[in-house]
Design a protein around this ligand. Sequence first.
Ligand code: DGY
Length: 318
Amino acid sequence: KQRVLSTRGHLPGTGLERLAGRVELVRGPGDKPGAGELADLARGVDGILCLGNDRIDAALLDAAGPGLKVVSLASMGFDAVDQRAAADRGVVVTHTPGVLAETTADLAWALILMARRRLGSARDRLHAGDWTVFRMDDFLGLDVHGATLGLVGYGQIGRAVARRAVGFGMRVLHLDPFSTAGDELSQPADLPTLLAESDIVSLHVPLTEATRHLIGPAELGSMKTTATLINTSRGGVVDEAALLHALREGVIHSAGLDVFEHEPRGADVADLVAQSKLVALPHVGSATEATRAAMVDLAVDNLLDVLSGRPARTPIPG
Ligand code: DGY
């Protein structure tokens, strides 16, 4: 039997048990293993099933050894994988696009509505007993319907966000590095135009060297003072220090973040998370029972395909 390491002992759904019936399964701990533990667990395996936040680098691939054929991520993002090191060793890397797009788009909309309408602070005040009188000028936010939505990245998730904007009667702009074509949902725009004209800017790009800190002081400064920034992609796409400054100084109206440059968040972003103009969530974009189970299922299918000599269903784009 081929040996496969799952870097987590348990995963949602039934995919892991299905895998256990087909291979000799080495189960990692309940939570994320450290680099040393991961390397020990990986010795001699044919495949690795892992999450998007497991660092897959040359040292780990070498620890696994020459029998390693596939690293299958139960995640859309693959920024923690050293792609060159994997390619050099002939290791196929797969991920799970598609199955999480609609759920992540739902979450982007949750952040849009929460941040624009300042629902996080409204809820906090209710919980704190600070709702004793109805005032016309209390809890005021900004409208979502009729606003202009700018999508930075127009892949599966960006398009799913655009589809939901139809119901809100919005004008939608998008920036797509792969195409300058518009469609029935959205018009293409360059970044300066998108930032200047959008009331809500939502990020849907992978983290690469080209997108790291794509949104920094200059970009925040070129947004409307009434604008909202939403990030459900990767934390590193936004310069968090610049965002903290922008929220404190009223450079933009508000922000909604599901992702942080360093996760789980630590003391380094305590000031940012404490901002009343920020709605912050702990990376829950794809966190529904059905979607997490579908991600594990697709990751298992990819892994078994490669181990059986078939092409992977969803290899990372090369
Ligand atoms: C993804 O799939 O990339 C999500 O961020 C969860 O890891």
